[in-house]
Design a protein. Sequence first.
Length: 284
Amino acid sequence: MEVANTIDSVRELVKAARSAGKKIGFVPTMGALHIGHISLIEAAVKKCDFVIVSIFVNPTQFGPGEDYKKYPRPLEDDLEICRNAGVDVVFAPAQEQMYPSENVTWVNVEKLTEPLCGRSRPGHFRGVTTVCAKLFNIVAPDVVFFGAKDAQQAIVIKRMVEDLNMPLEIVVCPTIRESDGLAVSSRNKYLTEEEKKDATLIYKSLEKCREMIEAGTTDIGTITAEMRTILSQSPAIEVEYVSIVDVEILQSIDHITGKVLAVVAVRIGQTRLIDNIVVDIEQQ
């Protein structure tokens, strides 16, 4: 496995692989790798001939007061995980490589970034789309792998790729969960044992949503009220949003029809957690 710290070096490695006729797979991460990331890497290894993982904690997607400075950065552990998972190249640039001067060019995806996390994290998706566009230009992958846990992010990136005619495929892989249902996240490391127990209510609320929809409930207000009741079982949980939206354009709906996305964002202590499920009544 090669470790590339500069844009020029990773481009040279990709150029050589492409010259050899290899299909390039790419998994962009901010490090602090866990079994969710490993599942993305495994999908990339299975589908592609040459796999690159980026490890870069992107400052432009963090807002004031968010956890950029304390975000976990266990690089040596991450490299060992990548090595064991069959990664060919880890691209781990310093901030000066990705942003050598003040950034004045941004990629904005409108409408899709306004609801849900966009309401409470202004500028977040602008940072995500810009860094992804930069990484896609640097790595020039054939296929890029994202996790379904960050549903809004995956939908926004897919639309950016489509609208800008980027010559790559986006693959969204299933959310990986702990045995108690908690979605695996790098930020779970911030949680105490008691907070982890409280966090299991997030998935329980989503499962209640699925259960109600499958039982025939179609009124959004009724369903989200039940979800909030479950989350309120812990006084430590501060709900940011509980929503059921159109799975493609992320707009609010009044009644369940076809495929919908149920999404939850909460704070437990100082930690912000998100989760979601897709429910499709047409497949029942």
